[in-house]
Design a protein around this ligand. Sequence first.
Ligand code: ADP
Ligand code: MG
Length: 299
Amino acid sequence: VRLARPAGKEALKGFDSKYTLAEVLGKGSFATVHRAVSRSTGQSVAVKVIRKKRFAALPQASVLFRREVEILRQLEHPSVVEYVDYFEDQSTIWLVMELVPGGDLGELVSEQGPFTSDDTWTRIIVKQILEGVQYLHSLGITHRDLKPENILLRDDYAHEEPTAKITDFGLAKAISPTAATQATFLQTFCGTLSYLAPEVVAGSSSYTPAVDLWSVGCVVWVILTGTPPFMGTTHAEVSDKILNGRIAWGDLDGYHVGDDAIAFLKGLLRVDVKERMTLSEALNHPWLGGTVTHPPIKD
Ligand code: ADP
Ligand code: MG
């Protein structure tokens, strides 16, 4: 039998009784992430604060937020942000995670400019992202929202030994309504189309974990050039470029992108899923020090 408690006491059992909210670390399409300090240990954590009111018109949003928590809770990998705690009341969800203090990859690239493909740092970061994705896929989880803003870094400078962590499981393995609703939902919620695989943009209901590999290709493009491979002034323009795989390969000439890295990008940014590099091909690619060559690609 559950006894009614005074509201004040109930509230004290919640987030505020355990943590003190501090500055904002970042904002995404869903939530605001703050630093917070544990009242008992004094340790800093990150907390993703989701105000339910903002999503009142979307009944599936609450389901997704809880799914995000459920997914993150089961994960344990050096390339995935660590779950700490979770609180919920009528108006708010607090998802407490480890603090990854270097900020996200999008910020780093916009502050420090693009990295060269022969930089050890670049290759370690890409390898770590792929290892994180491999771990997720091994559990049957597709992230579906990999982009520079969702990749966190331990250090705010490009050190020799970086640590990258995947975060934001808000769209991971989301509900599968009809293809059309799903595509609309993704396009509404992702602040940008830029990293979505063509099969997602096309609204295919049967897409596979390979969507994450396409996104990794886009992320690598950003690391090496500072901007995403698909840009435009309207959604229609960007969609069209993605669906047709219209990529300005010539743009890479202006940056330090070696042949191995170009081959790596060409392997991932394939519209045809059957031709797209697999995770193990990517992890064993010569650019990352491996020896597996993807079958030559006809252009
Ligand atoms: P949304 O679902 O709204 O996109 P995210 O989970 O992606 O929210 O978080 C938004 C931003 O907050 C990220 O892009 C990043 O800059 C920052 N952030 C998120 N989690 C952490 C964390 N654990 N440590 C440090 N910064 C974080
Ligand atoms: Mg995000």
